[in-house]
Design a protein around this ligand. Structure first.
Ligand code: FE
Length: 366
């Protein structure tokens, strides 16, 4: 009888222990358990506990993915990326409203980020780390977005036919000496809209309109193709100078296509307006969405991407200038020399975007 009693106790103890263990993996675990499981668990469900951050981007470089992977390694936070055109992604954000999965939006132009802000799709990034990483003029004034990389929109010239001493300012491009010699893409392109927006801010609407009209008169052909196509047309002798972004020259010089390398080698990079208002710059930047569900993780990712380590890779990968001034540009970019950039607040590019498009339409820049 005594033996039977002991056996019953033993069975009860075993059952109780099993029950407790089962309880630990069930729903009723303590907070401490749950945190520890989240940290140790590498199952997808565990990652969901550690967190995710969802990103809409219109950048499409391998370096970006490398950076997201490095962020995941460092923090355990998974980065889910949806790629698309900037306008398409902004429209998607607007349609999805508060149901959107996106926490962050990356576009390659301050004008577009400002547009997203104006549509009420972004919110303030409250982080001292970010504010210390990125200078004020490369951020939205309410910190709804910040720059990640900087690009200059410069004059590229034929080394054979143009002496750089003939070049000076954007304004000089309306001089009759450039008649039939300028190559530039269409006005539907946001880089040109932002360029003209900068002139509206710096020189006023009338001067900006006169400039657009003058350049349009001096064009070598009706606008067509992207920035690279303008450099190709200079090399082919269709025109002598082109307005384009710096990093395309970097990319072409390092292209696997020997034709592109040849084109890039035949042209020089000129930074206009060095004695006046400075060369036009724009950014690739990141905004925090209004309805971000993973806001804390999103801010962590912005802090990471604007930090020195990430900025180095960003700048090396696409031949852009780092937005974080503590980081040096790549050697190739440095070989083009220092330049004075326009000093305007980049959110102005979005503010004057509509006005710029109106001017292009009025003067007939296709
Ligand atoms: Fe581009």
């Amino acid at each position: 009888m005594k033996k039977l009693f002991s056996l019953t106790i033993l069975i009860l103890v075993v059952l109780l222990s099993v029950g407790l263990l089962a309880g630990c993996t069930g729903d009723q675990q303590s907070n401490a358990d749950s945190q520890e499981n989240a940290l140790n668990d590498s199952e997808p469900e565990g990652n969901a506990e550690k967190g995710v951050v969802n990103l809409y981007t219109n950048r499409h470089y391998d370096a970006d993915q490398q950076l997201f992977d490095a962020f995941t390694d460092e923090t355990g936070i998974e980065v889910n990326v949806v790629k698309g055109g900037a306008d398409e992604l902004i429209e998607r954000l607007a349609t999805e409203g508060q149901d959107t999965e996106a926490d962050l939006l990356i576009t390659a132009d301050a004008g577009r980020l400002s547009r997203a802000k104006e549509q009420g799709l972004l919110q303030s990034i409250e982080s001292e780390v970010v504010s210390n990483n990125i200078p004020e003029n490369l951020r939205d004034k309410d910190n709804h977005w910040v720059g990640l990389t900087v690009r200059g929109r410069v004059i590229v010239y034929s080394k054979d036919r143009v002496n750089p001493s003939e070049l000076s300012t954007y304004e000089d491009l309306i001089n009759p000496k450039w008649n039939g010699k300028i190559l530039v893409r269409s006005s539907s392109n946001i880089y040109n809209q932002s360029l003209l927006a900068s002139f509206i801010e710096l020189n006023g609407r009338d001067a900006a309109k006169e400039w657009a009209k003058g350049v349009s008169v001096n064009m070598a052909r009706d606008p067509k193709g992207n920035d690279r196509a303008q450099a190709t047309a200079v090399a082919a002798g269709i025109g002598d100078i082109a307005i384009m972004n710096t990093y395309y020259i970097g990319n072409m010089l390092n292209s696997s296509n020997p034709e592109e390398v040849k084109v890039a080698k035949s042209v020089g990079v000129f930074f206009p307006n060095q004695d006046t208002t400075g060369t036009h710059i724009n950014v690739s930047g990141i905004g925090l969405t209004k309805h971000a569900k993973n806001k804390e993780n999103a801010v962590k990712l912005i802090e990471f991407l604007t930090g020195e380590q990430a900025q180095e890779l960003f700048a090396q990968a696409n031949y852009e200038y780092p937005a974080n001034s503590k980081v040096e540009p790549s050697d190739l970019i440095k070989s083009w020399g220092d330049f004075k950039p326009q000093s305007l607040q980049l959110s102005k590019l979005g503010e004057y975007n509509e006005e710029a498009m109106k001017i292009f339409n009025e003067i007939g820049w296709k």
